[in-house]
Design a protein around this ligand. Sequence first.
Ligand code: ADP
Length: 563
Amino acid sequence: MNPLIKEVAEFCEWAPATFLFISKNVEGPLIYYSHIVPVLFSLPLAFIIIARDYKNRLNQYFFLAVFLFSIWSFSDLILWANPDPKIIMFFWSLLNLLEPFIYVSIFLFVYTLLFKKEISTVILASLFLITSPVVIFLATSLEIESFNLTNCWREVTEGPLVFYSYIIQLIISLLVILFTFIYLKSTTETKAQKRMSIIGVLGSLLFLAFFSSGNIIGSITESWGVAPLYGLFGMPIMVAFLAFLITKYRMFKVQMLTAQFLVSTLGILIIGILFVQTVERVRLIAILTFILTVILGTVLIRSIKRDLEQKSEIEKLAHKLEKANVRLQQMDKLKSEFVSIASHQLRSPITAISGYASLMNEGSYGEVPSKMKEPIERIVQSARMMATSIEDYLNVSRIEAGNMKYNFTDFNLNDEVEHICDDLRAEALKRSLVLLFRKRVDGQGIVKADIGKVQQIIHNLINNSIKYTQKGAITVYVHDDIKNKKVFVDIIDTGIGMSAETLAGIFQKFERGDKANTVNVTGTGLGLYVAQKMAEAMSGTISAHSDGEGQGSRFTLELPLFL
Ligand code: ADP
């Protein structure tokens, strides 16, 4: 320390400051209180918010504003507490540097809050331009002239740069207001969203106003005493507004943590009173604490109330849903019963129609005039198709009612599949399709399953291939995997194939491919659903594959190998 300053320090009884800021020079704890509490109030919240989602721009700008403000607060405290002129000059300059940037960060925060988009480079560049002189000419901004030994105060002249900094502060405050108007004019957001943005802007503006008030009061009154300190309470005010937003609109998504945090900060505020010596200050701090308690308390109570209301609303809805679910299940059961009864009723007449029509066609009731042969054949075909559909409906209702019976026996799958191919070859030939049977089995090919159901599945798959193939061949290929005890029946065709979307849905009830109707209009969309359910009930599965429309299809039935 230079000898003159040392002398002054001794004369003024300046004690050196511990950790730069703890010193007896500070008159009363209000200075600590006004500098530390706002930081305690805001910095942890800013950390919580940035930790939650550090990529979010709004969170980033909020963090930046609070962080700069915290450094500012700490530097200002050092100014009050530390007697060393070098340190004072350094931190005083730092304050002058930080002030415009606090404004800039608040502007960035408000802009993002309002417009929810990245800030354009033009705006960023303009902000950079108007703030750059502060950085460039910072070193010339301050000068200690002398020490006033009547009050032990240093006389500092602030250069024109400091006033330039005030102008920036004014410009940015006006910009915040201007952009808020632009937002209000142009936004298409809902009322609730607008209210949320406006609360955020108001909180930020109040903070800026409070923050500047220190400088304004100081400049006007030429007294840099205690009054400017109250300006620092602007930060808790902004935080209180944000707390409101957080709890009401779940901005930043940290509702619960914030509530805990705010309650504990209030605790710190109240304990702070214990360290204040004069009654007026206790009163003042009590008023501040009271205002904060009322604001934050109301916000929290409201938010808890709303949560409770929502919870009971959800409970009511869940109850209703449960009832609706039971009713749906009953209706589903009724529907299955109805389908089952209706199908049974339909089955007998259709069997009669089909039977008599066949007999007529065969000439059992006398010679059929050649003109009538085709119509009768059509009756036979249609009746058969209808019988298949009815059988599908019946199967679905049996499956859904859990009434499908399975009669497990051991049988040779190769032989069964070969027989079915032999049966269906004529049908395929009618449509000029070749139906080939191939096998490559290492084991005996014995499965333990319901033979009727397996036949039905294979029938269904081959019939589908016939239905959905206009030319080419259908290859039925039986092969096994002894090691994994599995046997496979592939049904491969050169037909219309399936798109990925069609493939994704074909095993669902009533699901038919887009192209299916163009080739075959009479499907129910139930065949594969029933087949899959049956295969599953016999510990097997059916899978489908196609390289796309027009590329043919491959269906594979997989069953556990018994021997
Ligand atoms: P349906 O044939 O009565 O429409 P399915 O359940 O048997 O009902 O088949 C469902 C859908 O799967 C069909 O509508 C069709 O789009 C598709 N599909 C089934 N088999 C084939 C196949 N071999 N080739 C192309 N598409 C098929």
